[in-house]
Design a binder for this molecule. Sequence first.
Ligand code: KIV
Length: 272
Amino acid sequence: MSVHNENPRRVTTQRLLEMKKRGEKISMLTAYDYTMGTIVDNAGVDVILVGDSASNVMCGNTTTLPITLDQMIFLAKSVVRGVKRALVVVDMPFGSYQGNSKEAIMSAIRIMKETHGDCLKLEGGEEILESVKRILSAGIPVMGHLGLMPQSINKYGSYTVRAQEEVEAEKLIRDAHLLEDAGCFAIVLEKVPAKLATQIASELTIPVIGIGAGGGVDGQVLVLHDMIGLNQDFSPRFLRRYADVQSIMNDAIGNYVEDVKSGDFPNEKEQY
Ligand code: KIV
């Protein structure tokens, strides 16, 4: 169902908080360009994430690490132009905020000034708290990201479920509270046990958006290219595939090639 509206009420960080209070689940999806941003927004998604997963699905890298601040800004600008209703969150890429809080605020201000996105997402808890606070103090809303943090893949060595052991689970709970206390408006929890995610969502007053974190949280996020089957290289247990867009495109492009080769395209009506 498309939720197209002439004068849609914009989703704000405050509205997400109200949604959590009344138990309304929050839908979030990635988009990396103008056309996809427009489609995802028109379909009624609450939050659009210009994720650094663009490094994988748009650029063909094996991790999110190589994507640069300039590249993220280019993508986010294009998405923002297509969005009328959803809240647009832009990922701060690896290397743009880990150095120190001054580097973080400079990168954050560049993203906000150049893209006109609504807010930013950073991976990490206690280790990046000073940077989170500095960005928040500039009036920029921040979404946290805990659990599996793909920018730290070289530390973990694999994309397996995080916080299965007590020590890591306790740190995760502590970090979630630290981010809430600092003033983050929401937190993404990636690939953690559902029971732990449910506990964190019930302890926090801000929304917890899960990816591979079960149904007991306040909302869900998926990578668009994975959930519409445009990218078929990634099939984790948590992914529900809603369409097979890759097959649709394969058929359409195959038919086009055939028609060009046979001379069927263009016909008389398709010329001047
Ligand atoms: O970059 C991204 O797409 C993300 C989601 C997986 C939450 O951070």
